[in-house]
Design a protein around this ligand. Structure first.
Ligand SMILES: Cc1cc2nc3c(=O)[nH]c(=O)nc-3n(C[C@H](O)[C@H](O)[C@H](O)COP(=O)(O)O)c2cc1C
Length: 130
């Protein structure tokens, strides 16, 4: 059974290198577990969408929740899905544009088409914070 999680968390003073190492772990582990999704970082908070089989997602989420590079992991959505929104992305890091005025439009164009409209709104709102 496929599920999709979205959580937000607060980063603790991380660097570009940390992001690189997180993405390297994603490439390794998410490929093995067949977990796909996307990761946004606004300089202070993460928003991550993860999708896959429940057992695989639980395995990945346990590791993520134990990671000291962030805290306050809060799952804001946890739903059953019939097909993946990001089937081709092991973990796509989407950079949030610096210019607040352009952020929504740029991100909107980068988000996958198959994303539920409500989730799209949540993600765009997250990107507008800051
Ligand atoms: C915001 C955030 C998102 C992460 N996302 C993933 C993920 O999707 N998959 C993953 O394996 N590790 C992820 N990690 C890293 C894990 O917490 C952990 O460091 C990693 O699974 C260790 O695996 P490794 O020893 O194989 O590198 C994430 C960490 C953070 C802080």
């Amino acid at each position: 059974m496929l599920r999709q999680y979205i959580y937000i968390s607060t980063a603790g003073g991380i660097t570009d290198e940390d992001i690189g190492s997180i993405l390297a772990s994603c490439q390794r582990n998410n490929a093995e577990r067949n977990v796909t999704g996307l990761l946004l970082y606004n300089g202070r908070n993460f928003l991550q969408l993860l999708e896959g089989d429940v057992e695989d997602l639980s395995w990945v989420m346990r590791r993520i929740e134990a990671d000291p590079r962030h805290n306050g992991v809060s799952i804001i959505d946890d739903i059953a899905i019939e097909r993946r929104a990001c089937p081709d992305w092991l973990m796509r890091h989407i950079r949030i544009s610096d210019e607040v005025a352009e952020r929504r439009a740029k991100l909107d164009a980068e988000l996958p088409e198959a994303l539920d409209p409500n989730l799209r709104r949540i993600i765009l709102n997250f990107a507008s914070l800051n």
